[in-house]
Design a protein around this ligand. Structure first.
Ligand code: N01
Length: 545
């Protein structure tokens, strides 16, 4: 099947004036939603800022971009034929391969005809009289809808460093989350990369192979595990395709949306030799989840976590020849409390003579200048600067839109002390508004496709329930929402997550409230809770006729 990419110059489609459901975002959430809503006989329109489907995989085209969940697991389960027919090539697929998959899905289910591309939603206001959302776009179109679903993704509002001079630089400037569609060639150039999260860790080894000189600016080191990526073997693909129903069920019941054997032991109850052998196996496996689930207490006990931290430190020091660089790359926060990375040759890259690390803890970033970057110690000159500085995660893509619920209350203001959502799906005071993988759900602590499908199915079931029972609106009660937020915080407080300055905590955005945003209770437990609530007639929600 061909994959027609929307013409970047094409005019946007006319926006309908009224639909049952407006969906914001045509990533993996919005695409599946549209397919399901159509199957229910509902009218829907999807607004998408890009020129084609794919969401994250449309925008993040930086060199080396891959997913860190295996391809056969990072894919939709809702259609057995789709599952069987798509041929994944690699264990960890590249961004182009995942985008091709998204485009294949759009073709297969003829999704593009209800997607308005090149169109950003700027506001969504709830009208209490008509009990409808009025959604406006950047093109000043307006559409009325009974339901509004935010399929805007957890990592889509990108951020730049908060330093002066961002516009001063005369060379080329890139952000990993807005990478050009054309190839960027760094051959012979002096390149500066700011940021060493997943995007930096993946792009740095590739850029290093081209650039004449690469300077990496690191504020906080990442924990990274070698991906050991490879081509998929025909036999393993066949085996998975035969076993898909059981595998999908195991995904749904697992902690991270990736089935792994449950750990039974504490890291502190085994001998050093046994523990090191276990960590070594996980390191060799090229799977983050394998490493994070080796022992029951890595995520809750600092002492247990230190054993894993020390193991990774030893690995880093064994790979990197310069002791000072190795030391700068060793993280001190607990393993797993900031999102760990999966890489191909990341640490080895620092042994190249054209690659240098600048530790921003020693020489803080001060400004971008006409020629490059100035720290407290020196000015570094570049032909190109790559910002791998991440996102206003989980809430940015929601609060960047002027969403107003009952009484004109703004979502942004309502969340000024941190996001508050029941199950991470709905918010009190915002009737018929749903969030896919919103704050307070497992979302970024899981295989996103598993969590996306669960939320889309659950939201579509709610809409069907309202239709069958003759209800017009649904929204969480304040009490249920408060109790859920307390529960999310309580679960987080049992873990080490809140101890790190991570984007999970909002710590990467100055002024953002320090709140642990995802739900750490696990995909399987969370799903059970959502199903129980639905079975009790949507307990904790207010349904009105
Ligand atoms: O963003 P990040 P990302 N001055 O926030 C630094 C997913 N993802 O795009 O840690 C100096 O992780 C910042 O420093 P610090 C994945 O969930 C997945 O890399 O805040 N530095 C950090 O080093 C991932 O976690 C995949 O101290 C500044 C970096 O920039 C998430 O997306 C691939 C700064 C940002 O790292 C985000 O990843 C890519 C400043 N003012 C992404 N501001 C895979 O599937 C920020 N930094 C493999």
């Amino acid at each position: 099947m061909s994959a027609p990419v929307a013409d970047p110059q094409a005019a946007t489609r006319p926006t309908p004036s009224s639909v049952d459901v407006v969906v914001v975002g045509a990533g993996l959430s919005g695409m599946y939603l549209l397919h399901k809503l159509r199957g229910m006989g509902l009218s829907a329109v999807v607004f998408e800022a890009g020129t084609d489907v794919g969401g994250t995989w449309y925008w993040n085209r930086y060199p080396g971009a891959r997913v860190d969940v295996e391809s056969l697991a990072y894919s939709y389960s809702f259609d057995p034929d789709l599952e069987q027919e798509f041929e994944w090539q690699e264990r960890y697929p590249t961004q182009p391969e995942i985008l091709k998959y998204a485009q294949h899905v759009a073709d297969r289910f003829d999704l593009r005809k209800d997607i308005v591309f090149r169109t950003r939603v700027v506001s969504a206001h709830y009208d209490e009289e008509s009990r409808a959302w009025l959604v406006r776009t950047e093109h000043e179109d307006a559409v009325h809808a009974r339901f509004l679903v935010m399929a805007t993704g957890c990592l889509s509002a990108s951020k730049m460093p908060e330093i002066p001079g961002l516009d001063a630089f005369k060379g080329e400037t890139y952000h990993t989350a807005h990478w050009p569609h054309e190839d960027v060639d760094f051959t012979g150039k002096r390149v500066g990369v700011i940021g060493t999260g997943s995007s930096g860790v993946q792009s740095i080894p590739v850029i290093a192979q081209q650039a004449a000189d690469l300077m990496v600016f690191q504020r906080t080191p990442a924990y990274s595990l070698p991906a050991r990526n490879r081509a998929l073997r025909a036999d393993e693909v066949t085996a998975m395709k035969q076993d898909y129903p059981a595998f999908r069920q195991a995904q749904k019941e697992s902690g991270f949306g990736v089935p792994v054997p449950l750990a039974t032991k504490s890291a502190l109850e085994v001998s050093d030799d046994e523990r090191n052998a276990t960590f070594e196996d996980a390191w060799e496996s090229g799977s983050l989840v394998n490493l994070l689930t080796t022992y029951v207490d890595l995520v809750v006990s600092r002492e247990a976590n230190d054993t894993a931290k020390d193991f990774v430190h030893r690995k880093i020091r064994s790979i990197i020849t310069d002791p000072r660089t190795a030391s700068d790359l060793c993280p001190e926060y607990p393993l797993g409390t900031k999102r760990p990375c999966l890489d191909t040759g990341y640490y080895e890259t620092y042994n190249r003579s054209n690659v240098h690390l600048v530790n921003l803890q020693r020489e803080p970033l001060q400004a971008v200048t006409e020629k490059g970057v100035r720290t407290a110690v020196a000015e570094y000159e570049f032909d190109a600067i790559v910002y791998a500085t991440g996102f206003d995660a989980m809430t940015g893509s929601l609060t960047n839109i002027d969403i107003r619920g009952t009484g004109g209350a703004s979502l942004k203001e309502t969340w000024s002390a941190g996001p508050r959502a029941y199950l991470g799906i709905g918010a009190a005071g915002f009737p018929n508004l749903f969030m896919i993988t919103g704050p307070g759900s497992p979302s970024v602590l899981s295989n996103m496709v598993v969590s996306i499908e669960q939320h889309v199915d659950w939201v579509c079931d709610v809409i069907e329930h309202l239709r069958q029972q003759g209800f017009a609106t649904i929204e969480p009660t304040q009490q249920a929402q408060d109790e859920w937020v307390d529960h999310v915080n309580l679960v987080a407080s049992y873990t080490l997550y809140p101890t790190a300055n991570s984007w999970y905590m909002g710590a990467n955005v100055p002024g953002k409230p320090r709140v642990f945003m995802p739900y750490a209770g696990g995909v399987g437990e969370y799903r059970k809770k959502c199903d129980e609530i639905a079975a009790k007639g949507y307990e904790g929600f207010l349904l009105s006729a």
